[in-house]
Design a protein around this ligand. Structure first.
Ligand SMILES: Cc1cc2nc3c(=O)[nH]c(=O)nc-3n(C[C@H](O)[C@H](O)[C@H](O)COP(=O)(O)OP(=O)(O)OC[C@H]3O[C@@H](n4cnc5c(N)ncnc54)[C@H](O)[C@@H]3O)c2cc1C
Length: 283
């Protein structure tokens, strides 16, 4: 993508106004690391949103509020009770990319390899969108990740924050990203949020991405977990159901059958991590 001009607005409303005036000739610019993945030939005007006070992580009631321009390296460094995003953040690309790439940039235009959508969908996050009115729109993960979110922002609207529920006692989270090497794009990314009660799984949210055309939940896996013991045999049985929810794609020279197996093994790992997380917190 070619940038022809650079605007640095002083407020969210100024940024939105500029984007509305520019129409398809403008785009919000956060870390700018996705520019070379976007093949548009028409030159665009970049509207810088990194100086609008949207870089923060703070606790707000039962959730963590993460500003849209918070770099991935901050997600990696952050530690707090009920926080689990550091685990996936450290597996995204390199330190250099994580220092500039933002949470908003990762989820406003979803590329096939994007890891955060998989994790935020499992964690039941919600996205805060500034649409010019005083009260921001709050969009639940199931709705937000149902289709390419870039369409939501074409009219100048901006993502301002992501709200991630803090993990409660008895809840555990696990994610696994399988890739050729530490900095490579994902072959498959999976995530699981489990709520345990007396050793049994009360609720489960399980997701996959990269190895399928667009990240989504795996309802057959979730149903196979509900009410069952949180033990490896159950995780293996549930993971085997993933193929009824997902059309696995061949990736980087590896066949769809191999990716299917990789996804199932990764799901078992993520579920074991989530159960260990939940059990560890309740000792
Ligand atoms: C070499 C390399 C390897 C990578 N590997 C991975 C990987 O393995 N896994 C992974 O998940 N990511 C990976 N990434 C990062 C990912 O591909 C994107 O580059 C990154 O997430 C974009 O973030 P950014 O802040 O740079 O966004 P930008 O490039 O600034 O923007 C991306 C898009 O989002 C829009 N946008 C940004 N912020 C907002 C907002 N607040 N409101 C509305 N629209 C907005 C922009 O207009 C643009 O369309 C990699 C990047 C590179 C360069």
């Amino acid at each position: 993508m070619k940038l022809c001009e650079f605007i640095s607005p002083a407020s969210l409303s100024e940024a939105r106004e500029a984007l509305r005036e520019l129409g398809p000739k403008g785009m919000p610019l956060a870390g700018g690391t996705a520019l070379h993945f976007m093949n548009t030939k028409t030159p665009v005007t970049a509207v810088d949103i990194t100086r609008l006070g949207l870089s923060y992580i703070r606790r707000e009631g039962d959730a963590f509020a993460i500003g849209a321009t918070t770099p991935l390296s901050d997600l990696q460094r952050h530690r707090a009770d009920g926080w689990a995003l550091h685990e996936i953040a450290r597996h995204i690309s390199t330190h250099q990319v994580r220092n500039v790439s933002t949470i908003g940039g990762n989820i406003c235009r979803i590329f096939p390899w994007a890891d955060l959508p998989v994790v935020l969908l499992a964690m039941n996050a919600s996205m805060m969108i500034y649409n010019g009115s005083e009260k921001e729109e709050e969009v639940a993960a199931d709705d937000y990740f149902a289709a390419q979110p870039a369409k939501r922002f074409s009219g100048g609207n901006l993502l301002t924050a992501v709200k991630v529920p803090a993990l409660k006692a008895h809840q555990g989270f696990g994610s696994v990203k399988a890739s050729r090497n530490a900095a490579a794009f994902s072959l498959v990314t999976v995530a699981a949020l489990l709520e345990l009660e007396n050793g049994k799984i009360k609720t489960a949210r399980v997701t996959a991405g990269s190895a399928i055309p667009f990240p989504h939940r795996l309802p057959a896996v979730e149903a196979a977990l509900a009410g069952r013991e949180a033990v490896p045999a159950v995780f293996k049985e549930a993971a085997a159901k993933a193929s009824s929810d997902a059309r696995w794609c061949a990736r980087e020279g590896m066949g769809a059958d191999y990716i299917k197996q990789l996804a199932e093994v990764s799901l078992v790992d993520a579920l074991e991590k989530a159960a260990a997380f939940a059990n560890g917190r309740n000792k």
